[in-house]
Design a protein around this ligand. Structure first.
Ligand SMILES: *[C@@H]1O[C@H](CO)[C@@H](O)[C@H](O)[C@H]1NC(C)=O
Ligand SMILES: *[C@@H]1O[C@H](CO)[C@@H](O)[C@H](O)[C@H]1NC(C)=O
Ligand SMILES: *[C@@H]1O[C@H](CO)[C@@H](O)[C@H](O)[C@H]1NC(C)=O
Ligand SMILES: *[C@@H]1O[C@H](CO)[C@@H](O)[C@H](O)[C@H]1NC(C)=O
Length: 644
């Protein structure tokens, strides 16, 4: 972890003088923070409209939620009030997530709020008035954004605003327009009719993005959640460009990126320093499979010291997604909210416990107008929130024992039944630097080199090859782009003997956290997500995300079972130990105090008897010696606060 003390600012000499005196250290820190405001020093907290409204939230419902957020949750640190996606789409018959033609765009191709849903934005005010009101409540204002440019702006071929001149962007003596910057073969895989990437290699592409983010800053936005830019939609150039544009503003704006499908630490490695939070799974909804699929991935990010690592103007946080509790809608719905959360209270507490132990941002997703007391008590538990903000040494603890298992490995224990149920291989994506990305080769048969294969299978099992047929990309309707030499060497990959099914590097809809087999086959079309190239290192590279394909026997995630434990430490020497039971029957779980000492050292484990309280129940367990254990409900958790 990179949690060093804030450094003194560099010269001028007067500051150095201040800093040299320990007595006035606080002054020095004050000067530092004035000079360079620190963003997301703690994992951000707030409310987001997606889980309860999908895309249809309006000003009235949003302001009502913001008011309750300010009253009930702001005292617990929940400060960002975020309007999720498609706030520029008209809510009329025929409009839905991937509909075309219902979006408001201004003369410069920029989205502006739907006036029916957000009446205060009339008269070119955008979200300015809403932001003001939200700020008056002591909250911060956030919005969701898609990558790049909208297809409507592209088709309308709108001019690009140069914010420095207030006129059309001119370079090399000509005005540039939307069609110069939109990349039609890189539409968002899960919203292909809505948005496409822009070419950030050219000045006009950057000027367009600058015109968007300048406007958001002018509106008073404090938080942007930029979607279709990470995970299987990995667009590193756009992420770094947006990050640099945000640095140009005086207004500090938190940068959150999505989605998190197939995210690995290697993928986050070069990106985390440009952002403040980044999703590490697909969408989290209120079913146990989604919750349980967060355990392994969050432990790998903890082990890689990514929790609270350097970020944009401050720190960055692996984001486990919203807390979908309370009063909700359904994924992909055109309405909401209309139903209660499917998770049991035990499951909700387990989710809150993991999110806190892993120091994830906490964004409540339910409609706050229907917030009940039990849910409120879960999301405002003071010890959990303290752990979430201030704990250290957060990690999975591997030395837990259960009735049927001994030491838990990272991958957990799949029963043989689980394995046979989900046996077979799946194609996944990973960073091309990952060893698992190697090993693809061209198989020549009958003098034709038209198959790409990779061996898989481990240990004694014999080599099995997984092969796909290689074809030239289908013809695009747009001849201009087909002439582009960049695509001459690329190919589609199909299932041998099956017509019209191409390997697809990103899902055509938003995936949930438990849907792990993302790379699947879909109807062949001319889109970067179906184009591949084989390099001489044996990597099969996706043209869409530049990530590499890998073949694995089916992963855990779908059928995660077993036991998990996490540990963390408090600033007064406390140890937090959480047990999770991912099984559907009661399990007795225990851990030895000597193993806690092995992991945390004598600084935290001074003796082998610990005073101990269970946090959720508040029950004081007195002094425990040698071993601590508990019977944990199905999908439940216990959380001990211990002093040893
Ligand atoms: C990260 O950046 C370094 C240096 O530019 C590069 O060598 C490495 O391959 C990058 N890693 C990934 C996963 O892109
Ligand atoms: C919640 O439960 C209902 C009823 O069983 C089910 O139809 C729905 O798909 C569930 N929602 C999620 C997000 O799992
Ligand atoms: C399996 O494949 C590897 C790499 O292609 C090769 O080195 C090895 O000899 C093969 N093993 C068997 C048992 O065929
Ligand atoms: C496969 O494609 C060919 C040519 O387009 C077509 O005639 C045939 O019916 C297709 N077969 C199947 C099973 O779809």
């Amino acid at each position: 972890m990179e949690l060093g003390a804030p450094a003194c600012p560099p010269p001028p000499w007067r500051r150095r003088l201040l800093c040299s005196a320990a007595l006035v250290l606080f002054l020095c820190l004050w000067v530092t923070s004035k000079a360079d405001q620190q963003l997301a020093e703690l994992p951000p907290r707030g409310w987001n409209s997606y889980d309860s409204f999908s895309w249809i939230v309006d000003e009235n419902a949003y302001m009502q939620n913001a008011k309750i957020l300010a009253e009930k949750l702001l005292p617990h640190g929940y400060q960002y009030a975020v309007i999720d996606f498609l706030w520029y789409r008209r809510y009329v018959d025929g409009a839905y997530t991937d509909s075309y033609g219902f979006d408001n765009i201004d003369e410069w191709g920029r989205p502006f709020p739907d006036l029916q849903r957000f009446p205060s934005s009339k008269g070119d005010k955008g979200f300015g008035q809403i932001a003001n009101k939200v700020h008056e409540m002591g909250l911060k204002f956030g919005i969701h954004l898609m990558k790049g440019i909208s297809t409507q702006a592209f088709n309308a071929n709108t001019p690009i605003l140069d914010i420095h001149t207030g006129k059309s962007y001119v370079e090399n003596g000509r005005e540039w327009t939307a069609r110069d910057i939109g990349l039609v073969h890189r539409t968002c895989a899960w919203m292909p009719h809505g948005f496409m990437s822009v070419n950030t290699d050219i000045g006009a592409g950057r000027a367009f993005l600058r015109s968007l983010y300048r406007q958001y800053a002018d509106w008073g936005v404090d938080f942007v959640k930029v979607d279709c830019i990470f995970g299987t939609d990995y667009s590193p150039k756009e992420i770094t460009t947006v990050s640099e544009l945000l640095r140009e503003h005086d207004r500090p704006i938190v940068l959150s990126i999505s989605p998190g499908t197939e995210v690995t630490t290697a993928l986050a490695e070069n990106i985390s320093e440009y952002v403040n939070m980044y999703r590490i799974t697909g969408d989290d909804w209120d079913n146990w499979k989604d919750v349980s699929s967060h355990f392994t991935v969050s432990s790998t990010f903890a082990a890689a010291n990514k929790i609270g690592a350097m970020g944009l103007r401050g720190r960055s946080w692996p984001d486990l997604d919203m807390l979908p509790f309370g009063w909700l809608t359904d994924p992909g719905a055109n309405q909401g909210p209309h139903r209660t959360c499917n998770l049991t209270f035990d499951e909700q507490k387990s989710q809150m416990t993991l999110w806190s132990m892993a120091r994830s941002p906490l964004m409540y997703g339910g409609d706050l107008r229907h917030l009940d007391d039990s849910t409120l008590s879960i999301i405002t538990n003071p010890t959990l929130l303290k752990i979430n903000h201030y704990s250290k040494n957060n990690m999975q603890f591997h030395y837990v024992h259960g009735e049927r298992t001994s030491i838990m490995g990272d991958s957990g224990h799949l029963s043989s039944e689980d394995l046979t149920k989900h046996d077979g291989m799946i194609v996944g994506l990973t960073s091309c630097a990952d060893e698992k990305a190697n090993g693809w080769f061209v198989l020549s048969q009958d003098g034709k080199s038209d198959h790409i294969c990779r061996n898989y299978g481990t240990g004694n099992s014999k080599n099995i090859s997984f092969c796909l047929g290689k074809t030239k990309p289908l013809l695009a309707s747009d001849d201009v782009i087909m002439d582009n030499e960049e695509y001459q060497e690329k190919f589609h990959l199909g299932v041998v003997d099956i017509n019209d099914s191409c390997l697809d590097a990103s899902a055509s809809r938003r995936q949930t956290a438990s849907e792990t087999n993302l790379l699947m086959f879909s109807r062949c079309k001319w889109h970067a997500k179906q184009m591949w190239e084989l390099n001489d290192r044996g990597n099969l590279v996706s043209s869409y995300s530049r990530l590499c394909a890998t073949v694995e026997s089916s992963k855990e995630g779908v059928g995660v079972t077993g036991l998990r434990a996490w540990i963390a430490t408090g600033n007064k020497g406390e140890i937090y130990l959480a047990f999770f039971n991912l099984d559907s029957t009661n399990r007795k779980i225990s851990a030895r105090i000597s193993d806690l000492e092995k992991v945390l050292g004598k600084a935290f484990v001074r003796k082998h008897s610990c005073s101990c309280t269970e946090v959720w129940s508040g029950k004081n367990l007195g002094v425990v010696t040698e071993e601590i254990s508990a019977v944990v409900n199905p999908h439940g958790s216990v959380l001990f606060e211990m002093t040893c």
